[in-house]
Design a protein around this ligand. Structure first.
Ligand code: FAD
Ligand code: DLZ
Ligand code: SF4
Length: 523
């Protein structure tokens, strides 16, 4: 009775549920396939990271005595799809049964459920227990709640895991220390993140990606990759975070500084999402740092909340509402995504060009850049939900639909009818000015809303609120801002609307993409 276990590119955990089922004689199949590498045009660094991490994981399994069938992308026999690779291995080896841990994306789960009906032997899909909250537990949390909120969910997980708890009470006497976490950055130095010279495996993969995926977005250097490709490197990035970054993580979590691409953020998302680190070990390392007096509670609580709160919560929502969730477009947003999202040199907005440069160079932007710069712009400009979601899924090394979609469609674009967020994360340039040093170097004037040269975030913000005035009226959290809007004179309102229209008119459309025209062509 030999069984085969399919392990996907983001299932690189020794404790994976499907691996745990295997007997010594059972076999593992891993396959690099074109369909996974191109269902969106992933950033080159993401593909290199996934392939290199897959190859390292396969080598470690082999070294531990496991039989592994590893199909490389350029294997001439490769059928380039996961389901057909399963079928091909079945024809060759006639396994008695198959198993796979539940994939992270709905589209692949659907593909495997179809495959189950086509196979002549059992093909079992096993729950993924690398998360702290199961699908059933999340459904139970949702039950009877009109307005599920992350904060309630987070407290439940704190209680069930015991993280940062003293008996039944939260450590420090509060569940949430966010009010301490909104500082703009001072002049302090920020630590350089670790990176590793390429070993032979990664070198080969980088060459492959630079050749085969040359037309994908993003830089991929031939001498260095910033993302951990195996567990050892993942542990090093976690250590670096705990020792060098965590103490300042809370204070400067929302700060943005020109040229400082990662500030005090942890950089653990790629390793968590690939399975090289577990959420619990990462949180326990942070909790230990608190108990040892190395990091303050506002930093540690803020960090732990991102992982056991937001990360688990978005996964729960994704599986509870897919596939219908992806079709939501509450605010009827349909404007084409400007081409400067793919090329930062096409915009003069310093905040946007900084976030997009970081994205291109590092396959990374920190949360506030994703939410309050590129996300905020897409929200207030009314960009197409599908185009924006495809962009976020394509451009980040940590992007998988289960985490990307609720964050983009729900949190950033407020397109899910208020499930993820109780109010839209919209803001004018004022927020960006407060939290960053971008505006002082920008040709747009962040203090101006109405005249030529005014910050686009300002007039687009009021234009957005005006467009959705009636809908937002029913939201008590929007009442104050709408009262401000109601007080605008007709003259002011019409200046704002015509600025917004002029901005849109100077966005040229090329095959569905829009380009911001240079300043001299301002109308
Ligand atoms: P840190 O700031 O150090 O945070 C620590 C960890 O907390 C992260 O590694 C991550 O695992 C978790 N985390 C923090 N915020 C969130 C969140 N909102 N949702 C889920 N987990 C969170 N994260 C992804 O992992 N993949 C994505 O595809 C992704 N897409 C996003 C799209 C948008 C529009 C927005 C607003 C956020 C998105 N995020 C995504 C969440 C967050 O921005 C990233 O997890 C974070 O920037 C990763 O960098 P870090 O590891 O340095 O995070
Ligand atoms: C992201 C990715 C890429 C680029 N390539 C592969 C691959 O060739 N083979 C594979 O098994 N997995 C890959 N992955 C990860 C999958 O896309 C991921 O498992 C699903 O999106 C579910 O999260
Ligand atoms: Fe961005 Fe406006 Fe500030 Fe320029 S002035 S950096 S466009 S917020």
């Amino acid at each position: 009775m030999a069984r085969c276990c399919l392990i996907l590119g983001d299932q690189l955990s020794d404790s994976l549920s499907s691996l745990n089922l295997l007997e010594p004689e059972d076999v593992v199949l891993m396959a690099e396939v074109w369909s996974e590498a191109s269902y969106v045009k992933h950033h080159k660094q993401k593909i290199a990271l996934v392939f290199s991490a897959m190859r390292h994981f396969a080598d470690a399994l082999t070294a531990s005595g496991r039989q592994v069938i590893y199909v490389k992308l350029d294997d001439p026999e490769n059928t380039q799809k996961l389901d057909s690779e399963v079928q091909r291995a079945q024809e060759r080896f006639q396994f008695d049964a198959w198993c796979v841990t539940e994939p992270g994306e709905w589209r692949l789960k659907h593909q495997f459920e179809t495959l189950q009906g086509q196979m002549t032997v059992p093909f079992e899909i096993i729950a993924d227990d690398r998360f702290l909250c199961s699908h059933d537990a999340f459904e139970a949390f949702l039950e009877g709640r009109k307005q599920p909120r992350m904060e309630h969910f987070y407290r439940k997980i704190r209680q069930s895991t015991g993280l940062l708890m003293e008996g039944k009470e939260p450590v420090g006497g509060q569940w949430n220390f966010d009010h301490d976490n909104r500082k703009a950055l001072d002049q302090r130095a920020t630590p350089n993140p670790p990176s590793w010279p390429l070993d032979a495996i990664t070198k080969e993969v980088v060459e492959l990606v630079n050749t085969r995926f040359a037309n994908h977005f993003g830089d991929l250097q031939s001498e260095r990759l910033a993302w951990p490709v195996n567990r050892e490197q993942a542990l090093q990035i976690l250590d670096h975070f705990i020792n060098e970054r965590l103490p300042s993580f809370g204070d400067f979590q929302d700060a943005m500084v020109r040229g400082k691409d990662t500030l005090f953020h942890s950089l653990v998302s790629t390793s968590l999402n690939l399975g090289l680190l577990s959420p619990m070990e990462v949180c326990q390392a942070a909790e230990d740092a608190y108990h040892q007096g190395h990091a303050p509670i506002n930093a540690v609580e803020g960090f732990v909340r991102q992982i056991i709160g937001w990360r688990e919560y978005v996964r729960g929502l994704y599986w509870a509402y897919m596939p219908e969730y992806k079709e939501r477009n509450t605010l009827n947003a349909d404007w084409p995504l400007p081409a400067f999202y793919w090329d930062e040199t096409k915009t003069d907005m310093v905040c946007m060009s900084e976030a997009i440069r970081n994205t291109r160079e590092n396959a990374y932007a920190h949360h506030i850049q994703r939410l309050m710069v590129t996300g905020n712009f897409a929200l207030i400009a009314g960009c197409s939900i599908e185009a924006v979601c495809d962009w976020y899924l394509s451009v980040y090394a940590d992007a998988y639909e289960w985490v990307e979609l609720p964050n983009t469609l729900g949190m950033a674009l407020f397109a899910d009818g208020g499930v993820m967020a109780s109010k839209p994360y919209c803001s004018s340039g004022k927020y960006i000015d407060r939290m960053s040093d971008y505006c002082k170097e920008c040709r747009y004037n962040v203090k101006d809303t109405e005249t030529e040269g005014a910050c686009p975030f300002n007039y687009l913000y009021w234009d957005f609120l005006n467009r959705h005035r009636d809908r937002f009226r029913t939201n008590p959290r929007m009442a104050m801002i709408l009262r401000n809007l109601d007080r605008f004179s007709e003259k002011k309102m019409s200046a704002i609307l015509s600025r917004a229209e002029a901005f849109r008119n100077r966005i040229e459309t090329h095959g569905g993409d829009a380009v911001e025209l240079p300043q001299q062509q301002l109308i």
